[in-house]
Design a protein around this ligand. Structure first.
Ligand SMILES: N[C@@H](CCC(=O)N[C@@H](CS)C(=O)NCC(=O)O)C(=O)O
Length: 218
């Protein structure tokens, strides 16, 4: 069956996971096209300008960059809204999406592929500091609700959640450890993980561990 939406994805990609979460929260279905990133098919490289997943096709519209895709889906399919209504809150949600991209996920990506021990230790500290930044914000906003922007789930939570879904595996397969002085993270992460749409897209720690071992060995 052909759907209106097609998503090029890779099962371990946290950026593609975000888009799957947005689709699930909005009750949208899409054709999922799994891409082998170590052996990309020509029909994918022809339409993906950077050779990256996620890539979304919606009719004549072709989009890449997960933050852009998430906002597009939120605007094209407005119910339920996944951005705050008020401009300064919207701007803050975007700051958290940028924090996820330019700090947490970027440092983790560098850490996974870095071989120099001193640099790896530095990156671990950087990632731990980023987790503390998020924890402080969650503590400050706790009275307003369980999510990062308050009572309602937003794209800010969705942008960050895939990292937290994979963190047990990161700890199992590397020397990275979550800082133990972050009391608000587990409540927030638990609230996001408990949502039906998030559970629908979730993978177990065992699944991530097996998949990463296979991927890194290939
Ligand atoms: N900034 C991009 C990052 C996407 C990205 O890095 N995707 C990775 C997989 S997680 C990828 O496709 N890498 C291409 C490759 O490994 O050749 C986004 O937010 O969509």
């Amino acid at each position: 069956m052909t759907h209106e939406l097609s998503l090029y994805t890779f099962k371990l990609c946290p950026f593609a996971h975000r888009v799957r979460l947005v689709l699930a929260e909005k009750g949208l279905s899409a054709d999922m096209i799994e891409i082998d990133l170590k052996n990309k098919p020509d029909d994918f490289t022809e339409i993906s300008p950077y050779g990256h997943v996620p890539l979304l096709l919606h009719g004549e519209t072709r989009l890449w960059e997960s933050a852009v895709i998430m906002e597009y889906l939120d605007e094209a399919f407005p119910q339920p809204p996944l951005m705050p209504a008020e401009p300064s809150e919207r701007a803050h949600a975007r700051l958290w999406i940028d924090f996820a991209d330019s700090r947490l996920l970027a440092a983790t990506h560098r850490f996974i592929f870095e071989r120099d021990d001193a640099l790896r230790r530095q990156l671990i500290e950087q990632i731990q500091d980023d987790v503390r930044v998020l924890d402080r914000a969650l503590q400050d906003r706790k009275a307003q609700g369980p999510y990062l922007m308050g009572a309602r789930l937003t794209l800010a939570d969705i942008a960050l959640h895939p990292w937290f879904e994979q963190v047990a595996t990161l700890q199992k397969l590397s020397p990275f450890r979550m800082p133990d002085d972050c009391p608000a993270i587990s409540d927030w992460s638990g609230a996001v993980a408990a949502r039906p749409a998030v559970r629908q897209c979730a993978r177990t720690d065992e699944w991530y561990e097996d998949s990463y071992r296979l991927y890194l060995a290939a």
